[in-house]
Design a binder for this molecule. Sequence first.
Ligand code: NAD
Length: 495
Amino acid sequence: MKSYAEWKQLSHDISFRDKAYINGRFQPSQRGQTFPSINPTNEALLANVASCDDADVDIAVANAKAVFESGVWSQMAPAKRKEIMLRWADLIEAHHDEFAILDTLDMGKSISEMVAVDVPDTIDCFRWTAESIDKVYGDIAPTNKDVLALITHEPVGVVAAITPWNYPLMMVSWKLAPAIAMGNSVILKPSEKAPLSALRLAELASEAGLPDGVLNVLPGFGHTAGKALALHMDVDVLAFTGSTRVAGMLMEYAGQSNLKKVWLEAGGKSPNIIFDDCDDIVKAARTSAAAIFSNQGEVCIACSRIYVQKGIKEAFLSALKEAAQAYRTGDPLDPETRMGPMVDAAQLNTVAHYIQSALDQGATLATGGLPDYTEGKGFYAKPTIITDADNSMTFVQEEIFGPVLAVCEFETEGEAIALANDSRYGLGAAIWTANLSRAHRVSRQLKSGMVWVNTWGEGDSTVPFGGVKASGNGRDKSIHSLEKYTSMKNVWIRI
Ligand code: NAD
């Protein structure tokens, strides 16, 4: 790992791509608009980035559609597509430090997390998906023998990917890798709060040999570029990661336009159940702290609701408070920093609002508390634990997307399951128990896309990622993600 001084030096030397990337070249937005990209650590301007809207969307979609129909990528042999995507992954790896710095500067994630998680996960996502392209087979249906019915998986056409800012590079890779691998053309609209790594990624795609127009990046706002994409009649698939509020709007836009397929990876309020038969309370406490404080709590699968069984509550809470102390805030370029700033002032205000509402509704502050903000010094929140919480409180029900942990108590297994399921979300859930039967019994009953037993946040390219209920309907990663970007076709041949 490089030292703080080395990362700081590298960050001074870095340059930013700040234009839209359409048809293999950078260009200003059609109307010449820009928006500022701010470093949340010191509130300094990083770049004025092209702000795209419907004018840019029309051009990019028309071009992406023409490229798709030309067959230059959509009809290319899978093995050849794989070669180009593997070269792309190699280029990302060659620029590993640059990508780590880009997201750290743009949204405040600690450099140590970028190096340990985001960049390697991104490289692996591209490599693993590339390797899977030439392993996707069609079927022959068991029909009468005088016909032959072929079932194939065809690329769909133009995919619009709309992504959030909390894992800028990684969330983009979870969409781009499978969509492009399957032969589609893609328009990516990264979050306006962290667009810089996506633009660099597109440039490297061209360097790797991806034909012009297969990947286009339109930075801009949701209500302009995002909405125009979602309403566009020539966009065939919408792949979204972001809030549940916007996810609902995208379903409406699809209904108002061409019934494009809409894949949603949305918000979460994941429960974390600590049973009194858990065999390592300290480990459970440390992992529970990581599950809410890593990436400043700006994590969709953050376990922001703890349900701890009455008998071990005090012991667990004391270990949890100790574990929270390790989350030192600081400059995210310092490898020792465990918590960087929140992405912007609005997110910091949201954190403050929910802490205040918890206290107003009768919960108790155990550690942390309201942020001490000084203008120009970054949007820092404190790792906050709030006890005496229950499901009737707003901050236990709503997604905060910050380092605020609610601790509630339960007595019986049935009660824990009911409390955990009493949420509009269903993304992740964690259980701590040494009892194997209980682990299976409880995981089966949790209404959640992912369950972690005696751990949290495990995942790799082989396993799908996604939720149920208001957490969405799609799955990123794994072989299953490819299905989102293909349509099934049958061809009947009379023999
Ligand atoms: P957001 O919904 O505000 O924005 C996400 C994207 O949608 C951005 O690119 C934004 O510009 C765009 N957008 C906003 N309004 C739009 C509109 N009207 N039309 C089209 N596009 C629009 O979410 P965010 O604040 O960027 O990200 C945080 C949210 O993302 C949290 O709720 C978090 O749980 C969720 N998230 C989910 C997953 C998952 O896999 N389920 C992963 C990461 C983040």
